[in-house]
Write a protein that binds this ligand. Structure first.
Ligand SMILES: [Zn+2]
Length: 198
């Protein structure tokens, strides 16, 4: 029998199969403006759902998927988290260009988030600035970081030797507490290391 249900072919005839209809519709065919999330049950715009490789919308909305992912990560034992961080930093080392592209895309997709971070840093620096701080000496250090970055092609940042914000110490935003460091070194140090720390 041929064509009974669209899936059968005459015995021995190959390549005559009608493609199996998709159980879910690809995005462009889904003539709807909203979709219900299987997790939170809300009707959300299609842009709130990611698609799989075949262009089919995921059943949970982006916020629900991201919350589930964070919860799953939080439940992991610390060793697994460390292994995950190691895997990611290994990938970044192997794919620096891809990582830069990804970071740039994330930054331009979330401009408010990054603007808020810059503002927060400025506010903290302002609060940690003492009256006797030499503003022009500080500016010289920031210009030096830019000059070194340009000359070496390696991004350098201004580091607070004693961190401004940590649980134990409060460093100052003054010329004596500032130095130029390569970005990678500064980021790996964070606010966890300083001279004469307890
Ligand atoms: Zn949802």
């Amino acid at each position: 029998m041929v064509g009974v249900n669209g899936y059968t072919v005459e015995c021995g005839v190959r390549g005559a199969l009608t493609p199996r209809p998709l159980t879910k519709q690809p995005v462009e065919e889904a003539a709807m403006a909203a979709k219900q999330c299987s997790k939170c049950g809300e009707d959300r715009p299609l842009s709130d759902f990611s698609t799989n490789g075949a262009g089919i919308l995921k059943s949970r909305c982006k916020p629900c998927r991201s919350a589930d992912q964070s919860a799953r990560y939080a439940r992991k034992p610390i060793e697994a988290k460390k292994a995950e961080m190691k895997r990611i930093s290994g990938w970044v080392k192997l794919n620096p260009e891809k990582y830069r592209q990804y970071a740039r895309a994330t930054r331009s997709a979330n401009p408010e988030h990054y603007k808020a971070k810059v503002n927060q840093r400025r506010r903290r620096n302002r609060l940690a600035t003492v009256a006797w701080a030499d503003k022009s000496a500080i500016a010289v250090i920031y210009r030096k970081a830019i000059a070194i970055s340009k000359a070496t092609g390696i991004r350098h940042e201004v580091d607070h030797i004693v961190p401004i914000i940590s649980d134990i110490v409060c460093g100052l935003h003054c010329e004596a507490n500032l130095r130029v460091l390569p970005l990678a070194e500064n980021r790996s140090k964070g606010n966890r290391v300083w001279p004469d720390m307890p």
